[in-house]
Design a binder for this molecule. Structure first.
Ligand code: 13P
Length: 244
């Protein structure tokens, strides 16, 4: 169960969130829990999470280890700051910041090399779904960004299916629609990495997950968890999602 805080909260807000959130998930051992704040709030989140079960993740990384890349942050820096996870290829990065399959793959390889667990996002836009191209888009994203990994590298990643039309819109995919997409993605994994890898891989659903719809989504055996935006910003709301 992962919260993507996008470009929200200050360091102070981050500390307050954890003070409220940790007691609410102290006995929640059924799921791995992650919070992904903005880069500058990672130290505050790591300090506040302490040795709780909540892992901290970044929302992106650059693939070079270091160098003259003004404004970028590398895998070793995130690792040293205490990150366990990193989100890669979020649709907002694809849409506003020129992310491509090629850069998704480079970031994923760098994350793995530096000991971070990538959460690699895929998902179709509304016009792609409406023109019946969902599977074509998912296949292209998988083929370009994920399939080139080795089996050992693939075992390190979590996939997040986030239909772009469901993000921040209040429009959730129905549990059946989400499960269909997850099944399709798992089929791609099986074809490339084998049935055991497909069964073991975790596929999260993201897109307007809320306390009142998480149960229906999680009732689908194909859905292994959630990547939550807006509803992860408030401690009680995200805790009730984690504890669905
Ligand atoms: P919302 O939960 O706000 O729709 O955002 C989903 C998302 O993009 C998580 O990465």
């Amino acid at each position: 169960m992962a919260g993507n805080w996008k470009m929200y909260k200050t360091a102070g807000d981050t500390t307050v969130f954890f003070e409220r959130f940790l007691p609410l998930v102290a006995t929640s051992t059924h799921a791995d829990i992650a919070i992904c704040p903005t880069y500058v709030n990672i130290p505050a989140a790591v300090a506040a999470a302490g040795n709780s079960r909540v892992g901290i993740g970044a929302q992106n990384l650059y693939w070079a280890k270091e160098g003259a890349f003004t404004g970028e942050i590398s895998g070793p820096m995130l690792k040293a700051a205490g990150c366990e996870y990193v989100i890669i290829g979020h649709s907002e990065r694809r849409q506003y910041f020129g992310e491509t399959e090629e850069t998704v793959l480079k970031r994923t390889l760098a994350a793995i090399e530096h000991g971070l667990k990538p959460i690699v996002c895929v998902g179709e836009r509304l016009e792609e779904r409406e023109s019946n191209n969902t599977e074509t888009v998912l296949r292209a994203q998988f083929d370009g960004g994920i399939a080139p990994l080795t089996a050992e590298q693939f075992a390190q990643i979590t996939i997040a299916y986030e239909p772009v039309w469901a993000i921040g819109t209040g429009k959730t995919a129905t549990p059946d629609m989400a499960a269909d997409a997850h099944r399709f993605i798992r089929g791609l994994v099986a074809a490339r990495f084998g049935d055991a890898a497909a069964a073991a891989t975790r596929i999260l659903y993201g897109g307007s997950v809320k306390p009142d719809n998480v149960k229906g989504l999680m009732a689908q055996p194909e859905i292994d968890g959630a990547l939550v935006g807006g509803a992860s910003l408030e401690a009680a709301s995200f805790a009730s999602i984690v504890n669905f």
